[in-house]
Design a protein around this ligand. Structure first.
Ligand code: PHE
Length: 346
C-alpha cells in the first residue's frame, strides 16, 4: 500500500489530487492512521518491529506529499512567468502629448526677446486697487477714460478705503516698479487683465504685456527703435514696417498708437511689408508713448531728472497674428483639436 501511495503521489498533477491522496493516507480514515491505531493492541515485541516500520511509512508519505506539492507549485509559478512575459519589442501605445499653450509660448518668446534688450520681467497683482490701476496713471476718479475700461469692481474697499478691482491693463505694474525699485528701470510685465466685454475679438480675461523704460534723456526715438526691434524679432521678418499715429492715453504724453504693415497673400493678412502699397494695409498692434510727468511723480521720481517710455500690447492678438488664428475665444476653450490644428500639442 505504501508503494501504491508513493506511485499515486508521483503521478498526481494538481494540488487537489495531492490533497486527496493525503486524506486517503494520513486523514482520520486513512490507511496510515488505521495502522497507527493497531499499535495499541500489539504485544511489546511485535510493536518493536511494527512501530518503526509504520512510522517510517508515515514519514515517507508525508515527505513525498510535501515534495510533490512544492514541485507542482514551482511548475505553476514557472508557467505563470512564461505567460506573463513582457514583449519589449512591441511598439508602445501612443499617449497624447501636452504642449505649451500658444499664449504662454508667445509670452515666453517676448520675455526672451526683451531679455536680449536688457529688460527684466516684473509682475503685479491681478486683484488691484483703484489707485494703482487708475489714479496713479493720471486717471482721477472723474476721468472719462475710466468709463472706457469696463471694469470689474469688488463690492468692498481695501484697508486704505480704495476700491478693489480686477486690473484692466498691465500699466499699474509701471507704478509698482517705480515705487519698488526707483530708477533706472527697464522691465516688461506680461500677465492677465480683465474687462467686462465679450465677442469674437474680446474675452473678459485676456493677456497684455507692458513695457517700461525709465532713464535719463529717453526720447521717442528710443521707443521707436525698441518697438521695431522687438516686432522684427517676434514676427521673424526684417521687412516689418511701422506706422506711428498720434493718440491719447492719460498716462503717456505724447501718446502713440503703433500699426504694423501687412500684405495680403492668398486672401490672408501676413505681417510684413504692406502698409500703403497695393494689397496691403495697417493693423494696430500696440499703444505707447512717453511716460507722463504726472505718472513719474506718482511713482515717486522727479520728472525733471527721469524720463521714459511705456508701451502695452495684447499678447493674444500678437499670437493670433503670428499663428494665423482667427477667433480669440478659441484660445480659452481648451479644445485640443483646435490647438493641434495650429501645430500645438498632439
Ligand atoms: N494700458 C493701455 C491699454 O490697455 C496700453 C498702453 C500701455 C498705452 C502703456 C500706453 C502706454 O490700452
Amino acid at each position: 500500500q505504501l508503494d501504491q501511495t508513493l506511485a499515486a503521489i508521483a503521478a498526481a498533477d494538481t494540488p487537489e489530487a495531492v490533497e486527496a491522496i493525503r486524506v486517503a493516507a494520513l486523514g482520520k480514515q486513512g490507511w496510515v492512521s488505521a495502522l497507527l491505531k493497531t499499535l495499541g493492541q500489539m504485544s511489546p515485541e511485535e510493536r518493536q518491529v511494527q512501530g518503526p516500520a509504520i512510522h517510517a511509512a508515515r514519514e515517507g508519505v508525508t515527505a513525498a506529499l510535501a515534495d510533490r506539492k512544492a514541485a507542482l507549485e514551482s511548475a505553476a509559478l514557472e508557467a505563470r512567468l512564461v505567460a506573463e512575459t513582457v514583449d519589449l519589442s512591441l511598439p508602445a501605445p501612443e499617449v497624447p502629448r501636452g504642449s505649451i499653450h500658444p499664449v504662454s509660448q508667445v509670452m515666453e518668446e517676448l520675455a526672451e526677446i526683451f531679455a536680449d534688450l536688457g529688460f527684466a520681467v516684473a509682475s503685479g497683482p491681478e486683484i488691484e486697487d483703484d489707485w494703482h490701476n487708475f489714479t496713479a496713471l493720471n486717471m482721477p476718479e472723474t476721468h472719462p477714460a475710466r468709463a472706457m475700461h469696463d471694469t470689474f469692481y469688488f463690492p468692498d474697499t481695501d484697508a486704505k478705503g480704495r476700491s478693489m478691482l480686477l486690473r484692466t491693463h498691465t500699466s499699474p505694474v509701471q507704478i509698482r516698479s517705480m515705487i519698488a525699485q526707483g530708477a533706472p528701470i527697464r522691465i516688461i510685465a506680461p500677465g492677465r487683465v480683465y474687462r467686462s466685454d465679450s465677442d469674437a475679438t474680446h474675452t473678459p480675461m485676456f493677456h497684455q504685456i507692458e513695457g517700461l523704460v525709465i532713464d535719463k534723456g529717453i526720447h521717442l526715438g528710443h521707443l521707436k527703435w525698441t518697438l521695431e526691434t522687438f516686432l522684427k524679432a517676434f514676427f521673424e521678418r526684417d521687412d516689418i514696417v511701422l506706422r506711428l499715429r498720434p493718440s491719447y492715453f492719460p498716462f503717456t504724453e505724447p501718446s502713440v498708437e503703433v500699426d504694423v504693415g501687412y500684405t495680403v497673400i492668398n486672401g490672408k493678412r501676413v505681417v510684413g511689408g504692406g502698409g500703403d502699397v497695393e494689397n496691403g494695409g495697417w493693423m494696430e498692434v500696440l499703444g505707447s508713448g512717453m511716460v507722463n510727468r504726472k505718472v513719474i511723480e506718482f511713482g515717486g521720481l522727479d520728472p525733471d531728472e527721469w524720463q521714459g517710455f511705456a508701451f502695452g500690447t495684447g499678447v493674444d492678438r500678437l499670437a493670433m497674428l503670428k499663428y494665423g488664428m482667427d477667433d480669440l475665444r478659441a484660445f480659452f476653450d481648451g479644445d485640443a483639436r483646435w490647438l493641434s490644428h495650429y501645430g500645438f500639442g498632439a
